[in-house]
Design a protein around this ligand. Sequence first.
Ligand code: PLP
Length: 406
Amino acid sequence: MQNNINKSNRLNNLSYAIRGPVFEKAQQLEAMGQKIINLNIGNPAPFGFDVPDEIVHDMIMNIRNAQGYVHHLGIFAARKAIMHYTQQIGVRGVTIDDIFIGNGVSELIVMTMQALLNDGDEILIPSPDYPLWTTSVALSGGKPVHYICDEESDWNPDLDDIRRKITRKTKGIVVINPNNPTGAVYDKDILEGIIKIAAEHNLIVFADEIYDKILFDGAKHIPMASLSDDVFVMTYGGLSKNYRATGFRGGWVILSGATHRAKSFVEGFTLLASLRLCANVPAQYAIQTALGGYQSIDDLVAPTGRLCKQRDLVHYKMTDIPGITCVKPKGALYLFPKIDLRKFSFKDDEQFTYDLLCEQKVLVVSGTGFNYIKPDHFRIVFLASTEELETASGRIRNFLEHSRTR
Ligand code: PLP
């Protein structure tokens, strides 16, 4: 009798809804020849949001130079460009040694938690969150503890809830700003409040700022690391969203503030970086150009730009459906509408996303997939073409009308 080959216990209870069972169902339907409108993933390129030509040009020019392994922290020119970027955005005291390049922010998030956590260490993570944060904490033996972002207050983090959830085991706090999935761009007083809490309790701040240039309606992004020299802040950014280059796999993390407290952690983090030899090299050649030149993202997010117009369209269409409310996003690529479950026959967000897919061929992600506490939200990505977004919104409306009980 042969034993089954089982996954590690560490993977029990972990999932990734963005590519989870509903996504798999969509793949099956597509394989059967059905056309699905995919509003499930923040991947700009398939929807005609091309990487700026200048970036592609530089990658092509440098492809020969990118054949070999490079330094495990990243190539000099890219790290220097990131260092200059910190100076432009008001983050003080960052040296080239404080910058690490990775295969996207994703790899760096996982490496951070692996390098930092002992069993049972707690990390405060927003609810809703970008789920990799929760997963990577759990995978590293830590305990994800979710703090509330309050829909009634434009999805800003609830500082009292953060305070309530700090224990002797809390090591750090994750702040995603601009936020995925809510699209919130946080107010300065809230960010200062988080820094104050972090300073009082010796917490590390993990600032996921990968959408820092995708801002609407004149919203201003305030880098967490610009608010304090005393707190140890790790700021994550990359090519994927601002430069629409998700497939290039280029991201970075910047260490700032109380780096003197983090010597042992940095040693561990550097060890992990060296064990994986180096990050994808061609993408590293794009970083200097991306950060230095004129970037067409400004045109896309301006009131007349494609991204802004699409956000307006989907927000209007969703909030026009009785039983749906939605805080208008000020940044990133997502809306996070709320469903008044008392008015519809489906029981929760998961059934909603599954049935919507099967009946109307529109793929969105359930709010609980983002570790949101109540099963009554969904995330919709506004990257598809205007025509597709119009069609999808109409189908969501139809589905909800048919499911209406009152
Ligand atoms: N952080 C947030 C908030 C994201 O939304 C994403 C991707 O959607 C990532 C990190 C991962 O980005 P990358 O492509 O750099 O791995």
